[in-house]
Write a protein that binds this ligand. Structure first.
Ligand code: GTP
Ligand code: MG
Length: 273
C-alpha cells in the first residue's frame, strides 16, 4: 500500500483522510475553512499560531468521509511547528490572495517546502492539490488574473478555484470537488486520476503564454531581436500562431496571448521597411 493511503478503502465504508492548508500568512486559509465548516466570516485578522486542527464529516457518494484538517500558519516564523504536519496527507489546499502577487509567486516555495519535508521517498503524485485564488471580492486590488492562476495550477495537474471567504463564493464548490477528487484518488489505488485539463495542453504552450505575459515589448513578445527583418518577424509569428491558435490550444490565457502576438506582429511590420 502507498505510504499516504488512508487506512480503510472498501467500497461504501467510511474513509478517514487528512488535508492541509498551505500559503503565505494572511491569504485567508483559516477563513476559507471557517466559511465552509462554520458558515461565517471573521474580518479581524487572527494569525494561526503554528497549526490549527479540526475534524469534519462529509458524504461523498456512498462513503462517509471523516476529514482531519490541519490548518497551517503561513508566517515563516512557524516553520518549525508546521513542518511536522506534511506527511500522510491526501489533500492540500494551496491558497493565495489575488491582490498580493507575492503570495501567488510563493506557491512554488510552498510546494518545495512540502517536498523537502516529505523527503526522498515522499510522493507528491498521490496527493490532490487544489489552488484557491482567494479574496476575489476585492476586485479593486486584484493583480493576479484568473487565467494566470489557472494556467499555473492546471499545468501542474492541480484543481483551481476562485474563492472568497468573505462572500462564500466558490467555497462549497471547491471543497466538494476537492473531496470527490480525494475519494477518487483513494479508490484509484492512490494515483491521481488524469484530469481533462492537465492532459489538454503542453508545457511548451503553458511556458510560451507565461513568456508572452512577461515580455517587455513587441520584439520580446515574438522572441526576435530588436531590428529583426520582416521575414524573421513573420517566421516567429507563424510558429507562435500554430502553437497558440485558439482552435488548437485550450490552455488558460491562450486567447489573450494569441491576440497579443497578432497585435505585436502588426505593430512591428508597420515600422519595418
Ligand atoms: P495565517 O494564519 O497567518 O497563515 O493567515 P491565514 O492565511 O489563515 O489568513 P486568515 O484566514 O486569518 O485571513 C487573513 C485576513 O484576510 C483576515 O483579516 C480575513 O478577514 C481576511 N480575509 C480572508 N479571506 C478573505 C476574503 O475572501 N475576502 C476578504 N476581503 N478578506 C478576506
Ligand atoms: Mg490562519
Amino acid at each position: 500500500m502507498e505510504a499516504n493511503m488512508p487506512k480503510r478503502k472498501e467500497p461504501g465504508k467510511s474513509l478517514r483522510i487528512k488535508v492541509i492548508s498551505m500559503g503565505n500568512a494572511e491569504v485567508g486559509k483559516s477563513c476559507i475553512i471557517k466559511r465552509y465548516c462554520e458558515k461565517r466570516f471573521v474580518s479581524k485578522y487572527l494569525a494561526t499560531i503554528g497549526i490549527d486542527y479540526g475534524v469534519t464529516k462529509v458524504q461523498v457518494r456512498d462513503r462517509e468521509v471523516k476529514v482531519n484538517i490541519f490548518d497551517m500558519a503561513g508566517h515563516p516564523f512557524f516553520y518549525e511547528v508546521r513542518n511536522e504536519f506534511y506527511k500522510d496527507t491526501q489533500g492540500a489546499m494551496l491558497v493565495f490572495d489575488v491582490g498580493q502577487k507575492d503570495s501567488f509567486d510563493a506557491l512554488d516555495a510552498w510546494l518545495a517546502e512540502m517536498k523537502q519535508e516529505l523527503g526522498p521517498h515522499g510522493n507528491m503524485e498521490n496527493i490532490v492539490f487544489v489552488v484557491c485564488a482567494n479574496k476575489i471580492d476585492c476586485t479593486k486590488h486584484r493583480c493576479v488574473d484568473e487565467s494566470e492562476g489557472r494556467l499555473w495550477a492546471e499545468s501542474k495537474g492541480f484543481l483551481y478555484f476562485e474563492t472568497s471567504a468573505q462572500t462564500g463564493e466558490g467555497i462549497n464548490e471547491m471543497f466538494q470537488t476537492f473531496y470527490v477528487s480525494i475519494v477518487d484518488l483513494c479508490e484509484n489505488g492512490g494515483k491521481r486520476p488524469i484530469t481533462n485539463s492537465s492532459a489538454s495542453f503542453t508545457k511548451e504552450q503553458a511556458d510560451t503564454i507565461r513568456r508572452i505575459r512577461n515580455s517587455k515589448d513587441s520584439w520580446d513578445m515574438l522572441g526576435v531581436k530588436p531590428g529583426a527583418s520582416r521575414d524573421e518577424v513573420n517566421k516567429a509569428y507563424r510558429k507562435l500562431a500554430v502553437l497558440l491558435h485558439p482552435d488548437k490550444c485550450v490552455a488558460p490565457g491562450s486567447e489573450d496571448a494569441f491576440k497579443a502576438v497578432v497585435n505585436a506582429r502588426t505593430a512591428l511590420l508597420k515600422n519595418i521597411k
